[in-house]
Design a protein around this ligand. Structure first.
Ligand code: BGC
Length: 742
């Protein structure tokens, strides 16, 4: 106890220390870093910049394995990815500690939505708009991952995604900058805790810097071409939010941006990130993205790529092996200044000190702790909580939902109804896997009094219709059909761009056959992206969008189907009607020929074969109750620069059951020096109300709410009128007023 006490006190104190004292603490780390740096040879420094994938090193005997182990022992490796588990990380760390300077390794892994306990895919979690639940999800992931010897996750992905063809929309928080920035902050806090070094948290990574989500035509790894104004205003803020939240590292991206590969972009990494934002962490490249500057046609060869990346501010080479192969020579030849290498090494060493690895390199790798933590039942409870918050009720005709738990015959049908793997989605990384609760299991478990029949109808992907007749048969004997269809787990994620984002295979046909029975159809859709499913949207009686909901997915969906949880999720991305509308966002820029009346679109900014409006708008999501909005008040109609105003309104639960509404604040700058979006999300409030309960909800309109990046990329608010809108979705504005800025 005596030895523990001072430590506890100092940790508590650290959190409360003023900025000045924090600087001093950072400086004490810098002193240690500098002392170590002074002892390092050039080769040892470059070793710190080299990150190696551990698949071979921890795999069966092979020549490659032997040479990798030797490299680690020599001090030629600073970090590893894809090594996990207390035992394997200990073994690799022991090798690094045999090197001359005994510098410990950092172990990183893509812990994207949980480690052993699988949480909903990040886009799904974003639909909860629940920052506490999202933070808790990242915290649980960190707790499990850190117990498995990991120090670092390559998450959160904070790329804005406005093109659902791009498979990686699954990994982010959707299309919106404001929501994305809030979620970025929550995830960083969840992974890292208040400060680095606690053994149940890990370092986070803001990725992919930058603009990766805007790949032309939604094709992964493709080029990006965008104005700096758009970059600053839409794509960078979630990164800035992550940096402000203290994210330990950044990862650059595979795409080129306006002709320069992000990995070689000094504008992004040196000028913006490390310059303007004064970011103290380090930048890891994306997987081999440094040497990919050769096929980009931006570097003549791998040696040239190494020079360009390091000089541009890319500190660590993930699995590309070009720094370790070429940097020493480049420094000797004067192509890379020594100070650039020192700066990169310093940034990496600083994190190793902050993580406490020089005090105890094995502090994360404890097999006993690993066993206990990975078995903690509270993790499943957290997964179920956020999973049900992430579900979005898109449609509910004649209140077909919620279903009664007893006395009814429920036909559970569809290729995803009893699938475990598909409910997890992509990026499932632990070898120790928790059991997934399927939808069928969830329904059976929660409605023992119902007669539940099941027919898969087809395998995931639904290539053939051989099982359709049996499914129709089961449906005909039931009172209600629950149809589980969607993408398979591997249809979204990295390198999973699609030109057709409809329901794969023959699932639409299956729906039509079931609908023809005349029985009500409740469609539960699983996917990692917004899909297009017009037949179901038109004809299903109810639709619940479930994303890939994770280990507790079946229970979470059943909670909503039976009304034990009143759905509250809202779409974090626009669902288009057809592919031709993509890329699509609610926050579209105003035009000179807007559609004012859908019946008159001649020479308007419109399509002659489709409305402009989406199938489901950003922010849309229904509840089992109705919410009323009234009594809008703005405390001052005119605002001086620098002042804040208060906007409030009354929210009422007008239905018969308790429910949660996510009320949204949108703003439009009516006239500005840069043409502005028709509306932009600037606030939201998640409010739980009992039947009949009313509550006044308040938003603060501060200078940032009204600001944007002008033509000179300067952040500020311009005088004039602003329309303030409050509503239940971006296309369901209930109240509005005007504010004048002087
Ligand atoms: C992905 C990154 C990921 C990395 C390491 C890359 O292919 O783009 O997001 O962190 O691999 O697995």
């Amino acid at each position: 106890m005596m030895t523990l006490k001072p430590m506890v006190v100092s940790v508590a104190l650290l959190c409360a220390l003023p900025a000045l004292a924090r600087d001093q603490i950072d400086k004490s780390v810098d002193v240690k870093v500098d002392a170590l740096l002074a002892k390092m040879t050039l080769q040892e420094k470059i070793g710190q910049l080299h990150q190696l994938s551990g698949r071979e090193a921890t795999g069966p005997e092979s020549a490659k394995r032997a040479s990798q182990l030797a490299e680690i022992e020599t001090g030629n490796v600073g970090s590893m990815l894809n090594v996990k588990g207390a035992q394997d990380t200990r073994a690799m760390q022991a090798l690094a500690l045999k090197s001359r300077l005994k510098i410990p390794l950092l172990f990183g892994l893509d812990v994207i939505h949980g480690y052993k306990t699988v949480f909903p895919v990040p886009l799904g979690e974003a639909a909860s708009w629940d920052l506490e639940a999202i933070e808790r999800s990242a915290q649980v992931a960190a707790r499990e991952a850190s117990a498995a010897g990991l120090h670092w996750t390559f998450a959160p992905m904070v790329d804005i995604g406005r093109d659902p063809r791009w498979g990686r929309v699954m990994e982010g928080a959707g299309e919106d900058t404001y929501l994305g920035a809030q979620i970025a902050r929550a995830r960083v806090k969840g992974f890292q805790g208040a400060r680095l070094g606690s053994t149940d948290r890990i370092m986070a990574t803001a990725k992919h810097f930058a603009a990766y989500g805007a790949a032309i035509a939604g094709r992964d790894y493709n080029a990006v071409d965008m104005s700096l104004q758009q970059l600053y205003e839409v794509y960078l803020p979630p990164f800035k939010a992550a940096a402000d939240a203290g994210v330990a590292t950044f990862m650059n991206s595979f795409n080129s941006l306006n002709g320069v590969p992000a990995t070689g972009s000094a504008l992004l990494q040196r000028d913006i990130l490390k310059g303007a934002w004064k970011y103290p962490g380090f930048v890891v490249s994306d997987w081999a993205s440094i040497k990919e500057m050769v096929p980009h046609g931006y570097a003549a060869d791998e040696a040239d790529a190494a020079v360009k990346a390091l000089n541009a501010g890319s500190d660590m080479d993930m699995e590309g092996e070009v720094y370790i192969a070429h940097l020493a020579q480049a420094v000797k030849a004067g192509k890379v200044p020594q100070k650039n290498v020192d700066d990169a090494v310093r940034r990496i060493l600083r994190k190793k000190f902050e993580m406490g690895l020089f005090d105890d390199p094995y502090r994360f790798s404890d097999p006993k702790r690993e066993q206990v933590v990975l078995a903690d039942p509270q993790h499943r409870a957290a997964a179920r909580d956020v999973a049900r918050k992430s579900l979005v009720l898109l449609k509910n005709e004649r209140n077909v939902l919620p279903l009664a738990k007893s006395g009814r015959r429920i036909a559970v049908i569809g290729p995803l109804a009893d699938s475990k793997r598909d409910l997890e989605g992509g990026w499932v990384v632990s070898d120790v896997r928790g059991d997934v609760v399927t939808l069928l299991q969830g329904i059976r478990g929660q409605a023992p009094g119902a007669q539940v029949s099941y027919a898969a109808a087809c395998a995931p992907g639904c290539a053939n219709a051989d099982g359709f007749a049996a499914a129709v048969d089961a449906a005909a004997k039931a009172d209600v059909i629950v149809l589980a269809v969607g993408e398979t787990w591997d249809m979204s994620g990295e390198a999973k761009s699609r030109t057709d984002i409809g329901l794969p295979g023959r699932q639409t046909e299956l729906f039509q056959r079931l609908k023809a029975t005349g029985k009500p159809v409740v469609a539960v859709l699983f996917a990692g992206r917004p899909m297009i499913f017009n037949e179901i949207a038109d004809q299903a009686d109810a639709i619940l969008y479930a994303w890939f909901p994770g280990s507790e997915g079946g229970n979470a969906v059943a909670d909503v189907l039976f009304g034990d949880y009143n759905p509250s999720g809202k779409l974090p991305a626009t669902f288009p009607r057809n592919l031709g509308q993509i890329p699509i966002t609610y926050a579209q820029t105003m035009t000179g020929r807007p559609v004012v009346d859908e019946k008159n679109i001649v020479y308007r900014s419109a399509y002659i074969d489709s409305p402009n409006t989406p199938r489901y708008a950003f922010g849309h999501g229904k509840s089992y109750t109705e919410f009323g909005y009234s009594g809008l008040r703005l405390d001052k109609a005119t605002l001086r620069q620098g002042e804040s105003a208060t906007l409030s309104f009354e929210l009422e639960n007008k239905g018969k059951v308790a429910g949660t509404e996510i009320a949204q604040l949108y703003v439009r700058d009516m006239v500005a020096s840069i043409v502005r979006p028709v509306k932009e999300l600037k606030g939201f409030a998640k409010v739980q109300l009992q039947p009949g309960e009313r509550r006044r909800v308040t938003f603060t309109i501060d200078p940032d709410t009204l600001s944007f990046f002008n033509g000179q990329l300067k952040w500020g608010a311009e005088p004039g009128a602003f329309k303030l809108m409050v509503g239940s979705a971006s296309d369901d504005i209930r109240l509005d007023t005007t504010l004048q800025l002087q």
